[in-house]
Design a protein around this ligand. Structure first.
Ligand SMILES: *Cc1c(COP(=O)(O)O)cnc(C)c1O
Length: 421
């Protein structure tokens, strides 16, 4: 039996309607920007395996660090115990996070990083004796699949069956030059009519919302109003964190800094799952008390797993290296050059770029989860390129170590698509 046949017996895949799309592609090896399947074919990983493997798959430097850590300390309860990898990682993260951030809380994935942020915000007000129960979020945002994160997410295809069980969320559109006044008015009205605890947002790029991008200066207007009203601001940097936008964090582009930042995905470079929620001293201080009841009683068994911490430390070292920083700038320039060549193509409606994230919308009618989307996906795979279209949006978010030749191959596969679509 092939891997694909064995897969079908017992496995249930995420985001998959198994009745219509029963086949999964078996990958047996990955290195750098390349994936290899069980038939010996290779593919360029144009999306860094869901924005994780930014330093390349099986990065040898990270491998070396993980191997050493595995022989030293594998796992220890993080309640009442500590260890150097967690301490060192907190020190390294605080160095690259906004100046106001002082505390690091661990969990396992992007959804729980946001769940932790939302719970911190709600309890922050609770501990201060204020009853605030409403969260503000953007329309069409995505924050994950646990209940709090899902409540904050506005993409209905994920939420349908669960909406009756959500926490109270009010929504505003992402702002642009034409809508900013209306958005701010709506925000003010929500603040008047509800007891708003927090505002959660993806800064500058909404990944799941087909790589929708918006401007820092308008987001800043929203954040200023939130801060003035003591609303805890939570930047979901699960996708944007660790260099994707050209800076370490997208929040660096925005003048008003968030109180809380959630991180995952590239944090552990595609090696192991881990997530972090950072916050300011002010948030942390609200939990300090003689009574245990004011403490943050949230824990995951694998909190601050030493092996995951060692991966993250090595990842940050790589991120700061001249080599990776140069690669990021090179990719940004290549995307720009490609965009200049292609953006007026008749099959393209719009294009956009932030850092190494490049996206274009095809000028055709199609459903986000329809048959055409899978045909386009197959087109890329036949060209040896792994890109996952979000409906009619084609986007590239490559590992930083991708070569120019590999990038060109991705661009060529897009040009070839425009000929046939
Ligand atoms: C992927 C993602 C999440 C969810 O993270 P998981 O690790 O899949 O739970 C949350 N927010 C954003 C912006 C994401 O891109």
């Amino acid at each position: 039996m092939t891997l694909q046949e064995r897969d079908k017996k017992h496995l249930w895949h995420p985001l998959t309607q198994h009745k219509v799309y029963p086949d999964a592609l078996a990958i047996v090896k990955a290195t750098g920007a390349l994936l290899f399947d069980d038939q010996g074919r290779e593919y360029i990983d144009g999306i860094a395996s869901w924005y994780t493997a930014v330093y390349g798959h099986c990065n040898p430097y990270i491998l070396e660090k993980v191997a050493a850590q595995m022989q030293q300390l594998d796992q220890i309860v993080f309640a009442g115990f500590t260890h150097e990898p967690a301490i060192k990682l907190s020190e390294e993260l605080i160095k690259i996070l906004p100046d106001t951030h002082e505390k690091i809380f661990f969990s396992d994935n992007g959804s729980t990083a946001n769940e932790v942020g939302i719970k911190m915000a709600l309890q922050y007000h609770f501990n201060k004796g204020e009853k605030r129960n409403t969260i503000i979020a953007f329309e069409d945002g995505f924050h994950g699949d646990t209940f709090g994160a899902m409540s904050a997410s506005g993409l209905s295809v994920y939420n349908g069956p669960f909406e009756d069980f959500f926490i109270d969320v009010q929504r505003i559109p992402t702002p642009d030059i034409d809508t900013i006044e209306i958005v701010l008015e709506r925000l003010q009205r929500i603040i008047r009519d509800y007891n708003v605890a927090a505002f959660i947002y993806e800064p500058l790029v909404q990944g799941a919302n087909a790589m929708h991008m918006f401007e820092a200066e308008y987001l800043n207007e929203i954040l200023k109003i939130c801060s003035a009203n003591n609303i805890v601001t939570i930047a979901d940097e699960v996708m944007t964190g660790f260099g994707k936008t050209g800076k370490n964090f997208a929040s660096e582009y925005i003048e008003t800094k968030p109180d809380i930042i959630s991180m995952s995905k590239a944090l552990t470079a595609g090696f192991v799952p881990m997530a972090v929620t950072s916050c300011t001293q002010d948030i942390y201080n609200a939990f300090l008390d003689d009574s245990v009841g004011k403490a943050f009683f949230h824990a995951h068994t694998y909190s601050a797993n030493p092996i995951a911490c060692s991966v993250a430390i090595a990842g940050i070292e790589l991120l700061k290296s001249a080599e990776i920083q140069n690669n990021i700038q090179r990719i940004i320039q290549s995307h720009k050059d490609f965009d200049a060549k292609i953006k007026s193509h008749s099959k393209i409606k719009t294009t956009r770029q932030k850092g190494v994230i490049y996206a274009l919308d095809l000028d055709i009618e199609m459903d986000r989860y329809g048959k055409k989307r899978y045909e386009i996906f197959d087109h890329f795979m036949e060209h040896g390129v792994c890109l996952r279209p979000l409906g009619k949006t084609i986007y590239i978010l490559p590992p930083y170590v991708i070569t120019e030749e590999q990038l060109d191959k991705i661009y060529e596969s897009i040009v070839a698509l425009l000929e046939v679509v």
